[in-house]
Design a protein around this ligand. Structure first.
Ligand code: FES
Ligand code: FE2
Length: 378
């Protein structure tokens, strides 16, 4: 009953789904890239995947492409993948190791790993040319709980201010100390927002996820973040299940020093705009959602475990991986059907129920960002 009341309290009467133009057509898609993806802190993976000096990966964000690399000195840096000579993309391979420099494949302008231009053939013959004025264009980068975040804005809102509601909130889960045991990339023929909305409610769980509903009853738990950029809460793991796995058993050591109540809970949060974080007693799954077009979305999901769990000779992540691979596939399919229906001339916005208070809150946050591109009104 307490859960129900809390859900109802955060529900805004009269909330409806968004108009069709938010899901189809290029106009809103382009605006989203400008007002949301070019200005928000975006999770681009784990710090540990770029462990060695010189290690790099590329991240496409709409038409932009960012190089994320580990400098010789050990710190992570991010730069636009754009040569300052005639704009050519510098790095082509999705990931790899850079030796001392980044060299443009076109006319061999050469940059140090801190972004400084250090070589530019024949430019010394150009009056007034100064290499210092042609460093790579930097992208802001922060690390939090072992995740890498980047922000393409020229003066981004400080990460610590944006993430203040979450700083310290997950300490007991030891997120920074976890290691990735499995990654899966999905392509979904749906608008990216339908993926976020779907993640943010479990009203669909009894119909879409019969196996999940036995483990995580959709009426259990409570949402503890119900407005703003971070939304979600916990669900109770129903006995005799110990975790959200195919077997119902734990698939490893507890991820951290968990209090009693967290040993039977799973936490689900969406981190605006495009990260989803699912925390279970014995493993974590996180998702990076990348819009490819109004009707296509790439989703990268990674399963993380305690390193000692992964070091065990019989370590097998499949019990947890399969549970969510099955569930995700069910979700992606319903998102595709949802997108197909929304694209129809018959679609008009429909009413949300109190059990969909979180997707309704997500829509409000999204619309606030889209209306002025600034932080939402309190
Ligand atoms: S475009 Fe890069 S060196 Fe000419
Ligand atoms: Fe679902």
């Amino acid at each position: 009953m307490a859960t129900f009341l809390r859900t109802v309290e955060s529900f805004v009467q009269g909330a409806r789904t968004m108009p069709q133009r938010y899901y189809v057509g290029d106009e809103v898609f382009t605006l989203e890239q400008d007002r949301i993806f070019a200005r928000s802190w975006l999770c681009v993976g784990r710090s540990a995947e770029l462990a060695e000096p010189g290690a790099y990966k590329l991240q496409a964000i709409g038409a932009d492409n960012v190089i994320i690399l580990r400098e010789k000195g050990g710190s992570l840096r991010a730069f636009h993948n754009v040569c300052r000579h005639r704009g050519t993309r510098l790095c082509e391979a999705a990931r790899g190791t850079l030796r001392e420099t980044i060299q443009c494949p076109y006319h061999a302008w050469t940059y140090a790993l801190d972004g400084r231009l250090i070589g530019a053939p024949h430019m010394q013959e150009v009056a007034g040319f100064d290499k210092k004025e042609y460093s790579l264009v930097g992208v802001a980068l922060e690390e939090w709980e072992g995740f890498i975040f980047i922000n393409m804005a020229s003066s981004p809102e400080p990460f610590d201010e944006v993430y203040a509601p979450l700083l310290g909130r997950f300490t007991r889960f030891n997120l920074a100390g976890l290691a990735v045991g499995r990654s899966i990339e999905y392509t979904v023929r749906s608008n990216w927002k339908l993926v976020l909305q779907n993640y943010n409610e479990c009203l669909h769980c009894p119909t879409i996820h019969p196996q999940l509903s036995r483990v995580l009853p959709y009426t259990s738990g409570a949402n503890d973040l119900t407005a703003g950029p971070f939304l979600g809460g916990f669900m109770e793991i129903a006995p005799p299940h110990a975790s959200a796995t195919m077997s119902g058993r734990s698939c490893g050591l507890p991820i951290g020093a968990l209090p009693q109540e967290d040993q039977r809970r799973a936490y689900y949060y969406s981190l605006f705009p495009s990260m989803m974080l699912s925390i279970h007693p014995d493993y974590v799954v996180y998702y990076m959602v990348w819009p490819q077009s109004p009707s296509e979305t790439k989703i990268i999901s990674e399963w993380m475990f305690h390193p000692e769990t992964m070091a065990q000779p019989d370590f097998d992540p499949s019990d947890a991986v399969e549970f969510w691979d099955v569930t995700n596939t069910q979700d992606w399919h319903i998102c595709e059907l949802s997108h197909a229906g929304i694209a129809s001339r018959a679609y008009v916005p429909g009413p949300y129920s109190p059990r969909e208070s979180v997707p309704a809150a997500w829509d409000r946050e999204y619309l606030a960002r889209m209306s002025d591109g600034m932080a939402p009104r309190a």
